[in-house]
Design a protein around this ligand. Structure first.
Ligand code: GCW
Length: 678
């Protein structure tokens, strides 16, 4: 078959077993959609395509309740008398749904009901997913609703279609041909996102261009927003802080200048005239050279609140990023976000969220959770994950990030039993308008994500955004069942590769808490040595601090003190050499090369073994994949096979380059168990 991966996890492959198909036909052999909105049409189309493709037969043409799926809103007459209590309607809210096997007039059928059309659309994908993953529909009773309100993709895409840290071709947004030409890929994109519950997006880079806020572009924005709306996706834009002076002709962009505030208020009004349900602004300010309130000696709250006041009359939100650090600041980069934001806790307007990267440095293969998540109790905090693999092998390495996201979401922050995910959901501090964002890995490549397995990261992000407790393991199961055929050996093999892939990457790149050792600038491949860049915090040696004594960044009280930004119990655990988990050892401690690790080996030997094990794992992945020849369609098989060959070369490159470089500092022989680096 001509498989190119474009169908993502929505391939709707035929049911693999006769008995399963028989059961499905006895439960749902036809359907009726009782809503005629645009979303209703999408539901109709999805069910028709999905069911006929998986059943491999036309659906029964007759109407009637028996063996049907009835799709209707909770206020529909069909729902009355079915004993669905008001509590459920309240619980499912604006986006959730109920999927239940019911009986009426002696007929059994499946009811999909929701308060809104979007809820019905999400329920449709849920049902189709149950069938795709071949689960029983007998006695179904599912109540689902999203745990986080805004589940968004951040595209770091520029207006010229280049993409910052994108590895899957060009940006899909064709601003040149918008608004009149609506590339069919937009609808495909919207449908794929709706299938995993993503309900918001920002099509432009956080390193923003003020032009997006001009009428010429707002026309284009409107066209996109109109297209995305029936799929339940709200549009946001990045707001360049200096826009009033850049495109507004004002002499300043000082947030406390009344003229500037008025300019933004007018701009917001104008945007809402194009996009009545516009979501709001995403802002990167005073970070990596971007303009911001500090340029006018104002703080982040003064900047964010000024924009928030412009959006508030229209119901819009400001999502203000906490990824800030500056070259002028000599303080450990790890600490700068807490330093700047914690004093402002409680000062942000109600419609402001602070979007925090999962860790304090920058999407490294492994980072402890960001200390800000436990330090701002009066401020709504949002999560920013990276789906695009800037520091995780870009589009040549197979790295499943479900386990990565899960590790951070499940981390305990040191306040009672609270976890990072509860902070974002708002359970621990009772906040609405929760936000989770993922930096998208989508581009013009036929398979959307460059590496076929990049699709699993897009999928995992969406599923975890819907329910942070789902688990990376269960999500991998879903994705594999949907993206491949139903062969148990294929499934088990792919799952084994996926579930071990992230740990392997950590091992061959930056084991034991090492970080930011990627080649300077493009971040592709190893570069732990001194870089040419003047900025100290862009220089890998700033992070590993290797010297004749040992290696690692001392962030204890004796060092930079960054560990003290965590709650006491966490600071104690990470800050003590003995209790610090070895996976974070060199993140928080400067440790002797001869330090005795839990294994009894020296740190130097242990590092060598970690690098080697990363390489060994990738070799194992490659040979496991080989065993799938003839079982996975040829095109996807070969694509992944070729990429695994590159992946293996790159893992060896990482191990060899890193160990040879560190050996010039440690002056110790390599452990006998590893392949000698060349
Ligand atoms: O990860 C770093 C990237 C930059 C990016 C920045 C950010 C958009 O290397 O390319 O800029 O983070 O998150 O703002």
């Amino acid at each position: 078959t001509a498989e190119d991966g474009h169908g993502l996890w929505l391939r709707y492959t035929p049911i693999s077993q006769e008995a399963v198909l028989t059961e499905y036909l006895q439960t749902v052999d036809h359907f009726e959609v009782h809503t005629s909105s645009e979303t209703g049409l999408l539901i109709h189309e999805e069910l028709t395509n999905g069911l006929t493709s998986m059943y491999q037969q036309e659906l029964v043409a007759t109407e009637g309740l028996e063996h049907s799926l009835q799709v209707c809103k909770t206020d529909h007459s069909l729902v009355k008398g079915l004993g669905i209590d008001a509590g459920i309607k309240e619980q499912i809210g604006a986006e959730g749904f109920l999927l239940r096997s019911v009986q009426r007039e002696g007929k059994s059928f499946l009811l999909l009901t929701a308060n809104t059309d979007i809820g019905l659309y999400y329920g449709t994908f849920h049902l189709l997913r149950l069938i795709q993953t071949e689960q029983s529909l007998v006695g179904l009773d599912v109540v689902e609703y999203p745990r986080i309100e805004t589940r968004m993709l951040n595209h770091w895409d520029n207006l010229d279609r280049s993409s910052e840290r994108g590895y899957a071709g060009f940006a899909i947004w064709d601003w040149h041909r918008l608004p009149d030409y609506l590339d069919p890929i937009y609808a495909e994109y919207a449908r794929a996102n709706a299938s995993i519950g993503i309900n918001a997006m920002v099509p432009v880079n956080v390193n923003s261009n003020a032009l997006i806020l001009t009428p010429m572009y707002l026309e284009k924005v409107k066209a996109l927003a109109d297209l995305l709306r029936p799929y339940g996706i709200k549009m946001y834009l990045t707001a360049r802080f200096s826009a009033p002076s850049e495109i507004g002709g004002l002499a300043t962009s000082d947030p406390l200048d009344p003229g500037v505030a008025a300019w933004w208020a007018d701009k917001a009004k104008e945007i809402y005239s194009y996009v009545p349900d516009f979501g709001g602004f995403l802002v990167k300010a005073n970070s990596e050279g971007q303009p911001g309130p500090h340029d006018y000696h104002r703080n982040h709250a003064e900047g964010a609140n000024m924009l928030a006041k412009a959006l508030a009359p229209h119901g819009g939100q400001v999502i203000w990023r906490a990824f800030v650090y500056s070259e002028e600041n000599p303080v450990d980069r790890h600490m700068q976000a807490n330093d700047q934001f914690v004093p402002l806790d409680g000062q942000f307007d109600d419609n402001v969220s602070i979007q925090v990267k999962n860790g304090a440095i920058d999407f490294q293969p492994r980072e402890p959770f960001h200390p800000l998540f436990s330090a701002m109790k009066e401020t709504r905090l949002a999560m920013e994950f990276q789906i695009t693999q800037e520091y995780l092998g870009q589009a040549t390495q197979l790295v499943y990030l479900g386990t990565y996201y899960e590790e951070c979401l499940d981390a305990q922050i040191g306040i009672k039993k609270a976890t990072v995910s509860e902070v974002i959901e708002g359970q621990s501090n009772e906040q609405e308008h929760s936000v989770i964002a993922g930096v998208a890995n989508i581009g013009t490549d036929r398979n959307w994500t460059g590496h076929l397995f990049g699709q699993s990261n897009w999928y995992a992000f969406g599923r975890l955004a819907w329910n942070p407790d789902l688990g990376a393991d269960a999500i991998a199961d879903e994705w594999i069942a949907m993206a491949f055929d139903h062969d148990p050996q294929v499934h088990a093999t792919i799952k084994d590769i996926m579930m071990h892939s992230r740990e392997a990457a950590v091992n061959y790149m930056t084991p034991l808490g090492l970080h930011h050792l990627m080649a300077t600038g493009h971040h592709y491949g190893p570069g732990p040595w001194v870089s040419e860049l003047g900025r100290p915090e862009w220089n890998p040696v700033y992070y590993h601090r290797a010297d004749s004594f040992g290696i690692g960044f001392d962030r204890t009280a004796k060092g930079s003190g960054a560990v003290l930004q965590y709650q006491k119990s966490i600071a104690k655990k990470f800050g003590n050499l003995k209790s610090c988990p070895e996976e974070y050892l060199l993140w928080f401690h400067h440790v002797s090369w001869d330090y005795e690790m839990q294994s009894g080996r020296t740190l130097w030997d242990e590092m060598g073994l970690h690098y080697q094990s990363g390489v060994d794992e990738v070799r194992r992945f490659a040979s496991q994949w080989e065993s799938l020849e003839g079982k996975v369609d040829a095109r996807r098989f070969e694509e992944v096979q070729m990429l695994l060959t590159i992946h293996e070369k790159e893992a060896v490159w990482w191990k060899d380059a890193s160990l040879l470089y560190f050996q010039t500092i440690s002056n110790r022989p390599f452990p006998a168990e590893i392949e000698t680096p060349k």
